[in-house]
Design a protein around this ligand. Structure first.
Ligand code: ADP
Length: 500
C-alpha cells in the first residue's frame, strides 16, 4: 500500500487464479479486479481491517466473501504481516486461503447444534408437561389413599393401602427425578442465590432422615465446625437437594455402624463430607455411578430401591456450583462423599452466632403437625379455587377432617374465586394455578388489588408443576405459600394452621 492509499500486488502466486479468478499479472499494478469482486457487505470490513493492520503494524487476519464470475460466493481468509518501508509504503507478506468448505462444515455444525438444542428443549418441555399431567391424577390417588388409611380397615386392607402409598411415593420420586434431570440436561437449571443458613439446612435434613437411620439402627451424627459462617450466599434448595441425596444414599447403603455428616471451613471454601460404614463401591465402578440410571448392583435394587438418578443429578448441580464431588470408597468398609463449596459471604453478615458442636447435641425442634385423629374446632371460612373435581373434593375432605367446623366455598376458576372473595369474609384461599377463564396468578393479583387498604388474606397456591420459577411467580403475584401436588393431608393441614 502506497502512502497515497493505492494498492498493488507486486507478487502473487499462480494460486490467485483459483481464488479470485485472475492472473498474477492482472493485479500486479492495479488490484481493482480483486476489489470489485468482494461481496458488497464485506467491502467496508476488508478495508477497515487492512487500514487497522497498516496503522498498528499488526498482522492482517480477516474473513470475507467474494463473488466469482460464475456468480458463486466463496469465503476467503487473509493472513499477512505488514512491514513498513522507508518511504512509508507498507508491504504485506502472507496468504489468502479459500475457507468455503470449512465455513460450510462450521455452519452445518451450528445448525446441528441448534437442532439438537431444540430437540432437547422439546424433550424437556414434554417431560415437564407429562409430569404435570401425571401429578394431577396422582394427587387424587395419593390423597384418597391417605384418607382411606385413616378409616377403619382390617389388617389385610391396611397392608394393601400401605402398598399403594409406598408405590405412589416411589412413582412421585421418579417423576421428580426425571423432571430434574431433563431441566439440568437442557441447562435450564439456574442457581437462585440468596442468604442461606448452612447449619439450619443441614439440621433440618438430618432431622428428617434421622428417623430412617434410627429404624436401621445406624448412628447418624452431624458435626458443624464453629468456623462455619452463619450465612453464606448460595442456592438453599439445591444445596438441600444435594445433601439429602448423599445422606439418604449413605443411610440406604449402610446396614450397621455410623454415618458422619460434617461441615468444616478451609480458607474460603466449605467442605461437606458424608462418611458411612456401608457396603462401599468397587473402585472400577466409581466413575460410572454418575451415569443416569446406573446402579452398582442392580440385583440389590429390590433391597435398596432407588432410580439410579440421584448421583447424576447431584453431580450436575454441584458442577454448576463449582463444587467438585469426591468419592473414596472401600468395598465392605464404607464410602466418603465430599464436596467443596466456594463461600461467598453476604456483605452485611458477620461470623457464626450459633454453634453446634458435639454429635447429637443438636436439639431438633420436632415439627408439630396435626395428628391423624386430632381436630381443630375453629370456625373458619376457606375458599378452594380448583377446576379439577377430584382435587377439589380431596382438599375439602382433608380440611374438614382436621377443621370439622370449617365453612368451605368452592370455585371452579379464578373469576368465580374473585366473586366469592368479594362477598365473603374469608380466612384463607387455596388457589390452583392452572384454571380456565382466569388462572390463579391473575385471580391473586386481582384480590391483592381489591384488598389494598383492608386486611390481607392468606393465599396458598396449589400447583401441579414443580418448575423452576413457579414459586417466585406465585409470590410475585401475591401468594403467601406454595404447595406442590400431590398434596399431603398433613402439609395442607399444617399450612392452614400456620396461617390462622
Ligand atoms: P440410587 O440411590 O437411586 O440407586 P444414585 O444415583 O443415588 O441412585 O446412586 C447410584 C448408585 O451408586 C447406587 O445404586 C449405589 O449402587 C451406589 N451408591 C451411591 N451412594 C452409595 C453409598 N453411600 N454407598 C454405597 N453405594 C452407593
Amino acid at each position: 500500500m502506497e502512502q497515497d492509499g493505492t494498492f498493488s500486488f507486486p507478487y502473487s502466486s499462480k494460486g490467485i487464479e483459483e481464488i479470485y479468478g485472475v492472473q498474477p499479472e492482472d493485479v500486479k499494478e492495479n488490484i481493482s479486479k480483486i476489489l470489485e469482486i468482494i461481496y458488497p457487505d464485506d467491502v467496508e470490513g476488508v478495508f477497515h481491517s487492512i487500514s487497522l493492520s497498516a496503522d498498528t503494524l499488526t498482522p492482517w487476519n480477516y474473513e470475507y466473501r467474494v463473488v466469482l464470475k460464475n456468480g458463486e460466493i466463496q469465503w476467503l481468509r487473509g493472513l499477512a504481516n505488514p512491514i513498513q518501508s522507508n518511504d512509508n509504503s507498507i508491504l504485506w507478506t502472507g496468504l489468502i486461503v479459500n475457507i468455503t468448505n470449512q465455513k460450510k462444515i462450521y455452519e452445518q455444525l451450528l445448525l446441528s447444534k441448534k437442532e439438537a438444542e431444540e430437540a432437547n428443549e422439546i424433550k424437556s418441555l414434554f417431560l415437564a408437561n407429562v409430569s404435570h399431567e401425571i401429578r394431577t391424577p396422582l394427587n387424587g390417588i395419593f390423597g384418597f389413599t391417605e384418607l382411606l388409611s385413616s378409616t377403619e380397615l382390617n389388617s389385610l386392607q391396611t397392608e394393601y393401602v400401605n402398598h399403594i402409598i409406598f408405590s405412589t411415593e416411589n412413582l412421585l420420586t421418579l417423576i421428580n427425578d426425571l423432571l430434574d434431570l431433563s431441566k439440568i440436561e437442557s441447562d435450564k437449571i439456574q442457581l437462585n442465590l440468596e442468604d442461606i443458613d448452612v447449619s439450619k439446612i443441614a439440621q433440618s435434613i438430618v432431622q428428617i432422615l434421622k428417623l430412617q437411620s434410627i429404624e436401621k439402627n445406624v448412628d447418624l451424627q452431624l458435626l458443624i465446625d464453629n468456623s462455619v459462617p452463619k450465612t453464606i450466599l448460595g442456592d438453599g434448595l439445591k444445596l438441600n437437594q444435594v445433601i439429602s441425596n448423599l445422606l439418604s444414599n449413605a443411610i440406604k447403603f449402610t446396614d450397621f455402624g455410623k454415618i458422619i455428616f460434617s461441615i468444616t471451613k478451609e480458607s474460603d471454601i466449605l467442605v461437606f463430607s458424608i462418611e458411612d460404614t456401608g457396603i462401599g463401591i468397587p473402585s472400577e465402578q466409581l466413575n460410572q455411578i454418575f451415569q443416569p440410571f446406573y446402579q452398582v448392583d442392580s440385583s440389590l435394587t429390590k433391597k435398596y430401591k432407588g432410580t439410579g438418578l440421584g448421583l447424576s443429578i447431584t453431580k450436575k448441580i454441584l458442577d454448576k456450583m463449582n463444587a467438585p464431588l469426591e468419592i473414596k470408597s472401600v468395598v465392605g468398609q464404607g464410602s466418603k462423599f465430599s464436596f467443596k463449596l466456594p463461600i461467598f459471604i453476604p456483605e452485611h453478615q458477620t461470623r457464626i452466632t450459633e454453634l453446634i458442636s458435639a454429635p447429637f447435641n443438636v436439639n431438633f425442634d420436632v415439627k408439630k403437625h396435626p395428628r391423624h385423629n386430632e381436630t381443630n374446632p375453629k370456625r373458619i371460612k376457606i375458599l378452594i379455587a380448583e377446576d379439577n373435581e377430584l382435587n377439589l373434593s380431596f382438599a375439602k375432605r382433608a380440611i374438614l377432617k382436621y377443621f370439622p367446623m370449617a365453612e368451605i366455598f368452592e370455585a371452579g376458576n379464578g373469576l368465580q374465586a374473585l366473586e366469592i372473595f368479594k362477598k365473603e369474609d374469608l380466612d384463607l384461599i387455596l388457589m390452583d394455578i392452572q384454571m380456565p377463564i382466569m388462572d390463579g396468578y391473575m385471580a391473586t393479583k386481582e384480590i391483592r388489588q381489591l384488598e389494598k387498604s383492608g386486611k390481607r388474606i392468606p393465599i396458598v397456591s396449589l400447583s401441579a408443576g414443580a418448575n423452576v420459577g413457579d414459586r417466585e411467580k406465585g409470590i410475585k403475584a401475591g401468594m403467601d405459600e406454595y404447595l406442590t401436588k400431590p398434596i399431603h393431608i398433613r402439609d395442607l393441614q399444617e399450612t392452614i394452621e400456620a396461617f390462622l
